[in-house]
Design a protein around this ligand. Structure first.
Ligand code: 5AD
Ligand code: SF4
Length: 445
């Protein structure tokens, strides 16, 4: 296809799953725009639609497979239409996706992102479906086009060496691969100089950073190296693993004023036997000791978590242990999931599993408990005056802005001006399970 004709083709990236996938979508967007493709406002208008997929739980798979049906007949009305499926589900199901969904033109594995433009060109010429799912290669040295209006992301590592027995991530993202620290630092400096006030460091297990590098460096070194970067107001990271949370990392967090007073610390289960079966490397008590240590080192710290119910034939008593740790840990909020068997993982091979309806019952019980804790905790913070990074107008209510405090609490506040990306001071006036409604006092900058 000539450069002239291609200029008019548009693309849309549909993103599913975690922050790493959001980052990959930023790279896909940059790749597409470098080639001259233009962003479409909605997928229905795009010539090229890219699904960037997740496979962490079965419902993530089903979401993608359900939505693919919407694009079944698009080629009939648009001869240039190209449908690509990238990301973790593409890596997991590989060529099989092409057999199941003949409307797909390209299957692109997690290590092959940079090949997308070349594959699109081939498909436009030859009209033959292609799968590219080899496990060698990465794309982290490629420029990203931040899709968020207020936060830039920097991957510090990809992959994971932990092999938690329920998790499919190491299978689809490969082993831990840390990026060189000078690259990370240069990227942070550049992004801050470009005006990004908040940077999110990404990795499947951020505090395993550096174990695969020759230098003697760890995640604490990263936090220390990113201290004092002009313009960088907020530094966040996700996700750390509790068993790797060394005192060095806690000290480095406390010592860097940019590091936000928030940790996302996945508990997964509060029962020691289940934690052992998960291969998590800590007990419920050790987890609670870590939260106490963190709260002592970092005043006014927000702690959030991930929890799975119904793993490894979990008994009622083992589930109760999770409820007990949740009560003691007093998380600000939590992502809570019913266990989903992932093909090929040790957890899925076990003969005895918790029945689906029991998983759901436990999930609702846990959600109710955590919701009550979140609301009660939020209530204790009423009247606090706090700094909020404005993320954009609320999608639900006109005239309201939405943003987050350094602790990651969600705050809505009435505001008619465009403040996206600004820091504002807000008084917290109403507390809810999901966060706060506040009054804006001033724009800080
Ligand atoms: N089933 C349910 N939840 C899972 N998670 C990871 N794998 C599974 C699974 N097989 C959850 C964990 C993890 C989060 C990103 O997703 O809680 O921290
Ligand atoms: Fe999955 Fe465990 Fe690695 Fe997290 S640390 S990505 S849960 S294997």
């Amino acid at each position: 296809m000539s450069q002239e004709a291609k200029k008019h083709l548009t693309y849309y990236v549909l993103t599913y799953g975690c922050q790493m996938n959001v980052y990959d979508s930023e790279i896909l967007a940059a790749l597409m725009e470098n080639e001259g493709y233009l962003p479409a406002a909605v997928p229905e208008d795009a010539d090229i639609v890219i699904f960037n997929t997740c496979c962490i739980r079965d419902n993530a798979d089903q979401k993608v497979y359900g939505r693919l049906g919407d694009f079944k007949k698009r080629r009939e009305t648009n001869a240039n239409f190209v449908l690509a499926v990238a990301g973790c589900l593409a890596q997991k199901d590989k060529e099989g996706i092409l057999q199941r969904f003949p409307q797909i033109d390209i299957v692109l594995g997690t290590h092959q992102v940079r090949r997308l433009p070349e594959l699109i060109k081939q498909v436009l010429v030859k009209r033959q479906a292609l799968a590219c799912v080899g496990r060698v290669g990465d794309h982290l040295d490629m420029p990203a086009r931040p899709l968020s209006a207020f936060q830039a992301k920097i991957p510090i590592s990809v992959g994971c060496n932990q092999w938690c027995t329920y998790c499919i991530v190491p299978y689809v993202r490969g082993p831990l691969k840390s990026r060189p620290l000078p690259l990370i630092k240069a990227e942070a400096q550049r992004l801050a100089a470009e005006g990004w006030r908040e940077i999110m460091l990404l990795g499947q297990n951020v505090n395993d950073y550096g174990h695969d590098l020759e230098e003697d460096i760890d995640f604490a070194t990263v936090l220390r190296e990113l201290k004092g970067i002009p313009g960088l107001d907020r530094l966040r990271f996700t996700s750390p693993h509790p068993a790797y949370f060394t005192d060095r990392v806690i000290e480095a967090m406390a010592d860097n004023p940019s590091v936000c007073e928030h940790v996302h610390l996945p508990l997964q289960s509060g029962d020691d036997e289940i934690l052992r079966k998960m291969k998590r490397g800590y007990t419920g008590d050790e987890f609670l000791q870590l939260t106490a240590k963190l709260r002592q080192a970092i005043p006014n710290l927000g702690i959030t978590t991930d929890i799975i119910v119904g793993y490894a034939n979990e008994s009622e008593e083992q589930f109760e242990n999770t409820l007990r740790v949740v009560e003691e840990a007093q998380f600000d909020s939590a992502f809570m999931f019913a266990y989903s068997e992932r093909p090929g993982t040790p957890g899925a091979l076990a003969a005895a599993q918790v029945p689906e309806e029991v998983r759901m019952e436990r999930l609702y019980k846990l959600i109710a408990k955590q919701n009550a804790i979140s609301e009660a905790k939020h209530r204790t913070r009423l009247k606090q005056v706090t700094e909020v990074l404005a993320e954009g107008p609320s999608k639900k209510e006109k005239g309201r802005y939405t943003g987050r405090t350094r602790q990651n609490w969600l705050v809505h506040f009435p505001c008619e001006k465009d403040l996206t990306g600004s820091l504002v001071r807000v008084e917290l006036e109403e507390a809810y399970m999901w966060g706060f409604v506040g009054k804006m006092l001033e724009v800080v900058g």
